[in-house]
Design a protein around this ligand. Structure first.
Ligand code: TNX
Length: 507
């Protein structure tokens, strides 16, 4: 089914039928039904229009919000805007998604008055895992900015926010058993040109982190914490030198440092360059696994969601054998804690704990090795999250002249970010694909505004690939519908990159 242009919905729903004309947004129309959903809708409408709809206890409001498991699959909903409005979710998340769709039906009439487009929509997600990754290690994002990222991701029906909490440049979560991490390992960040040389760091207290988790839950978003190991661990050595090997240089690191005028990593000192693959935890000592267990135990206590991500990427400073030993032990520790491990696809070189989820970050045309590593997770009973770097990496430049971002995976224009099909990426059974994640690495990001420029509009492409089936979406339809989101994004203060392929509308 191809969506009618008159319904500017992103991501595209399973089915949608436009009705006749508009239903005026009357300021005295009450919202009734599920109280949490009513509060969400009232807040979102107020933020967009300035009109605060009243909530009503009785069942005869003009906007009725309900939950009925018979509505359809998990996170599904149906919605009708006629002379009244009804949204019914199959569960609380589905109802919230229906409310997000309703918000996209809000428009203005010829006289500039707020009104709803009449429509009937039935919808449910294609993939259960629809993620955004934010690298808070290279650039620290304060709690309020993370909450904003969550709200905006939820508006596109994403349901996971993966926080990359540790890397060579900084450690971002307080751990009681290893207090020097927050004191000493969190003070720096990556050197960004946009920050004119500032490398200020930051760290979440446990209360900060709980606040993020709770806010995400209120938006039906699950936080996926990542501690990247055994590589990407230089910062740990600033706090606890006995846990980390001396830096191992590689050719790319040396060339990058030279080209960018960045210092090389030095053991025990904060690292602010952009090089990767130089650090490794010490694999053959008990103390390392005490550390890993303590950190993951405290993280598990803070995490109501099912996943703990243990990283596992680019461990170039660790021998293949040591890497396998470490990954096997780290994934087993996560399983022991009652959580499901996630690891970057290289970890598929090891005997990952059964059920470990792999996160694929290779190219749309996988190398034989990358494909084999990814397949290992499926063989061991796990599934895959797809983040192809030449399509779903939000930190790649749009084009070679774009001032922000990197280009090691190529440039990623909006069309490239949109036109790929999850089922065709790897040769695995369709049900082995848990979903899709768009990743924002932040070496080149100096501010929330920079992050917005890189994320928007490409994040909407990832949202649609993750939510919509292949027969409901097309590049031409997406272009049309995306352009209509501009007023909502502007109203929300999102400083998106206005790519030329889209005709961004004013109203
Ligand atoms: C690769 S892909 C990384 C990150 C960098 C990113 C920059 C992956 C799992 N690791 O360490 O930040 O490239 O694009």
């Amino acid at each position: 089914m191809v969506l009618p242009d008159s319904l500017p919905l992103v991501p595209a729903p399973v089915s949608a039928l436009p009705g006749e004309g508009l239903l005026p947004l009357a300021s005295d129309v009450a919202v009734t039904g599920d109280p949490a959903a009513a509060a969400l809708l009232i807040d979102l409408v107020a933020a967009r229009t300035g009109i605060r709809l009243p909530a009503s206890g009785d069942e005869h409001g003009g906007v009725v919000l309900g939950i009925d498991p018979r509505t359809g699959p998990a996170e599904g909903y149906r919605l009708a805007v006629a002379d009244a409005i009804e949204v019914v979710g199959s569960d609380a998340a589905g109802l919230a998604h229906g409310i997000r769709t309703l918000l996209q039906l809000l428009t203005t009439d010829d006289a500039g008055r707020w009104a709803w487009r009449r429509a009937t929509v039935a919808d449910a997600p294609r993939f259960a895992y629809r993620g955004v990754m934010l690298d808070v290690a290279r650039r620290f994002f304060p709690v309020d900015e993370v909450k904003l990222v969550i709200d905006r991701a939820a508006a596109l029906k994403f349901n996971h926010l993966h926080l990359h909490l540790s890397d060579d440049q900084g450690w971002r979560i307080h751990i009681d058993a290893w207090p020097l991490l927050s004191q000493r390992a969190s003070t720096a960040s990556a050197m960004s040109p946009a920050r004119s040389g500032s490398t200020q760091g930051g760290c979440y207290s446990k209360d900060d982190y709980r606040e993020i988790v709770a806010h995400a839950a209120s938006r039906h978003v699950t936080i996926v914490p990542e501690i990247d190991m055994p590589g990407h661990t230089h910062a740990i050595g600033v706090a606890y030198p006995e846990l980390v090997e001396a830096p191992v240089m590689n050719d790319a690191l040396l060339a990058d440092a030279e080209r960018l005028g960045q210092a090389l990593p030095r053991a025990g000192e904060p690292y602010t360059g952009w090089g990767v693959g130089h650090s490794s935890l010490r694999i053959h000592q008990t103390r390392t696994y005490e550390f890993v267990r303590d950190v993951l135990t405290e993280l598990a206590e803070l995490t109501p969601g099912p996943y703990l991500h243990i990283g596992g990427d680019e461990s170039l400073g660790t021998s293949a054998e040591d890497f396998s030993t470490f990954i096997q032990r780290a994934t087993a520790i996560v399983t022991d804690l009652g959580k499901t491990p996630i690891a970057w696809h290289e970890a598929g070189a090891a005997e990952v704990a059964p059920g470990t989820v792999g996160q694929y970050w290779g190219a749309l045309e996988p190398t034989v090795t990358h494909a084999a590593h990814a397949a290992q997770f499926v063989r061991r009973g796990g599934s895959l999250i797809l983040s192809p770097s030449d399509a779903a990496y939000l930190d790649m430049k749009y084009d070679s002249g774009f001032p922000l971002g990197l280009d090691w995976a190529g440039t990623v224009g909006l069309r490239r970010a949109y036109e790929w099909e999850p089922a065709e990426l790897l040769e695995v059974a369709p049900d082995a694909i848990a979903g899709v994640e768009a990743a924002l690495w932040t070496e080149s990001v100096g501010s929330l505004a920079d992050a917005e420029q890189l994320m928007y509009p490409r994040i909407a492409a990832a949202a649609e690939i993750a939510w919509s089936t292949r027969d409901t979406r097309s590049w031409d339809g997406f272009r049309e519908r995306l352009g209509a989101l501009a007023p909502a994004w502007r109203a929300d203060g999102i400083r998106f990159h206005p790519v030329a392929e889209i005709d961004w509308t004013d109203r």
